[in-house]
Design a protein around this ligand. Sequence first.
Ligand code: T3D
Length: 247
Amino acid sequence: MTYESILLHSAGGIARVTLNRPERLNSFTAKMHGELRDALAKVRADTTARVLLITGAGRGFCAGQDLSDRAVAPGDAPVDLGASIEANYRPLVLALQSFPMPVVCAVNGVAAGAGANIALACDLVIAAKSASFIQAFCKIGLLPDSGGTYFLPRLVGTARAMGLSLLGDKLPAQQAADWGLIWKCVDDADLASTVDALLALHASSSATLEAQLDLERDLQRELGNSADYREGVAAFLAKRAPQFTGK
Ligand code: T3D
């Protein structure tokens, strides 16, 4: 299957799935769900994969259901959202929760609606400072789905879960980390390197020393090609603070 809405890249024990509809903030279409199902099955069957990373392309992580993927307008026939959830969101949440390896979610930007709750279904969530979490459902007359009513009260308690769900306010990533909704919030420029270091540690749990040395080499090569590495070295030699850009 060739993918149009996601990217799948697997190397060195790390499988990376990138939601890739940046012009629509990586919101879910039926096509994207199909591709995700296929990609997750591939990673599940990949005996070399040790950890799965999910992230988004562009400035957003995922804005939930693509509200333009089907006709929903006053006067139109009602859409069976139960069928959509049964076919797509429920299996995705269950697949992530039962995945046979750790699932890390790198929230690179806004995570809204099902996009927020799919992130919460992952084992470990790390977000860039500019990211945010929005239970946007109430703004369109819905309730939190994709496990929101399950994950939210367990992670942040009933009072905060109710506030987030009923008001649909934007929760900045730092506050999400302070509340315990996610594991960590880092500067935007540090997201890639922090996630890489984390993935390397996860991948190491069942790898041989040789495999781990290979992975360290590959990740370090990637980081060594970055502008941030050159800036970091230049700043050290000039005895000044580095100006990282995440590039
Ligand atoms: O099957 C089912 O329907 C049941 C399951 C439902 C699960 C759900 O997820 S329901 C909740 C659906 N999601 C939302 O309601 C969120 C809608 N989006 C927003 O509220 C805002 O876009 C954000 C707060 C997430 C971000 O705002 P901002 O100002 O940073 O960006 P923007 O300008 O609103 O969005 C950028 C573009 O993406 C824009 O397109 P344009 O004007 O440049 O052509 C916008 O329309 C598009 N976009 C963003 N979110 C969605 C979307 N297009 C379709 N569907 C979206 N969800």
